[in-house]
Design a protein around this ligand. Structure first.
Ligand code: LMR
Length: 396
């Protein structure tokens, strides 16, 4: 039966993680996967999460099946993070959310739904984009093209190229946009640029699919939702995939959400019924633990306040690492200007390192980065940053 099965290529991110785990060198550093580690190099268990877990354990609640679309309080919390406390759209019943298996699960459910709705449409992702974007949409049956995004020469945004590319897309093309903290580059448009992008999306009747996996890691929870709110204010119907993996440090709990903004309450009811069918025939309903924890934090004022403090510390630590990396590269004699790292936001830096340099970092220094040159700044700490800066200086 399985004779003809070919060996699939390794996943560019999770496959590298497997390689890192198997590496026995004691000085190894993992700048590959997008995971936040504290200054001790550990994935933190947030205090807000811990307190919610303790309360949950003490409540000894039964673990029955959740509704197909997940925990109502979780979904409501996800909507509030995206659209704010007093959203008119939510009040009008135009916003519907399903708890999903991480941000990846949200993209997958959304992609399957769109594929049925728009069988003649293509998908456009940024060049470059998160490696899994292309794979998810191709797996759903779409042809995936790219729009211009990153300018390697300036290490910034190719804004003109991006607008021109979007302008050329056929009506009803699904456009995947990173609402904040672009993965892999860390380069985001300014709010003014986003206004122009949103206008093109509206004029050309494109279908925006906003991916917001790093809300809170750019400027703050509210600030990072500005792009979603901007698109919503233009009256656009759209899809949004959220991830709480990073913001709650709950990677293995698969906590994400798919939110759709429709044209009316009645439309929302129909759309949600179809999403529920897709979910039911895929994984039936989401798991309880992580979702309950997130819901409890989002809906308990003291826990929410504690969580936002912890998120702020994570964001500020990453910023501090960006500053130190740039300084230490200079200390180690690097002549190229790396100041662009300071302007990037979120967990990642598109470092400009070539694939050959990334190979040397791994082979000679046990430092793992993605082949594209993406490094996870959130994995740098006061113990490894000197070593990393020195190694980068050597491979440059
Ligand atoms: C990443 O980009 O490294 C993260 O989003 C983890 C993943 O699933 O790829």
């Amino acid at each position: 039966l399985f004779d003809s099965v070919e060996l699939a290529p390794r996943d560019p991110i999770l496959g590298l993680n497997e390689q890192y785990n198997a590496d026995t060198r004691s000085n190894k550093v993992n700048l590959g996967i997008g995971v936040y580690c504290d200054d001790q190099g550990r994935i933190p268990l947030l205090k807000a999460v811990r307190q919610a877990e303790i309360a949950q354990t003490e409540a000894a609640a039964a673990r029955g099946y959740l509704p197909i679309d997940g925990i109502p309080g979780y979904n409501k919390g996800a909507q509030t993070l995206l659209l704010g406390k007093n959203s008119a759209l939510v009040a009008e019943g135009r916003v519907l959310t399903a708890q999903t298996l991480g941000g990846t699960g949200a993209l997958k459910v959304g992609a399957d739904f769109l594929r049925r709705l728009l069988p003649g449409s293509k998908v456009a992702i940024s060049n470059p984009s998160w490696e899994n974007h292309r794979a998810i949409f191709e797996n759903a049956g779409f042809t995936v093209d790219t729009y211009a995004y990153h300018n390697a020469a300036t290490h910034g945004l190719d804004f003109e190229g991006m607008l021109a590319a979007l302008d050329k897309l056929p009506t009803q093309t699904v456009v995947v946009l990173h609402a904040c903290c672009h993965n892999p580059t860390g380069v985001d448009p300014t709010l003014d640029q986003w206004r122009k992008i949103a206008n093109v999306v509206k004029e050309k009747q494109l279908v925006p699919f906003l991916d917001i996996a790093y809300q809170g890691f750019g400027e703050g929870l509210e600030e990072d939702a500005s792009v979603v709110r901007l698109f919503a204010e233009l009256g656009l119907t759209m899809l949004v995939s959220s991830s709480f993996s990073k913001s709650f440090s709950l990677y293995g709990e698969r906590v994400g959400a798919l939110t759709l903004i429709s044209a009316s309450r009645e439309e929302s009811t129909r759309v949600l019924s179809q999403l529920k069918r897709l979910i039911r025939t895929n994984y039936s309903n989401p798991p309880t633990h992580g979702g309950t924890v997130v819901s409890m934090v989002l809906n308990t004022p003291e826990l929410y306040a504690l969580w936002t403090q912890e998120l702020t510390s994570m964001r500020e630590r990453i910023r501090a690492m960006r500053i130190q990396l740039v300084e230490k590269l200079k200390t180690h004699g690097v002549k190229q200007n790396f100041d662009f790292v300071l302007a990037q936001r979120g967990m990642f830096s598109y470092s400009g390192l070539t694939s050959a340099q990334v190979d040397r970092l791994r082979e000679e220094h046990a430092i793992y980065a993605i082949n594209s040159g993406r490094i996870c700044v959130a994995a740098l700490n006061s113990r490894n940053i000197d070593y990393v800066a020195e190694a980068i200086a050597k491979v440059l």
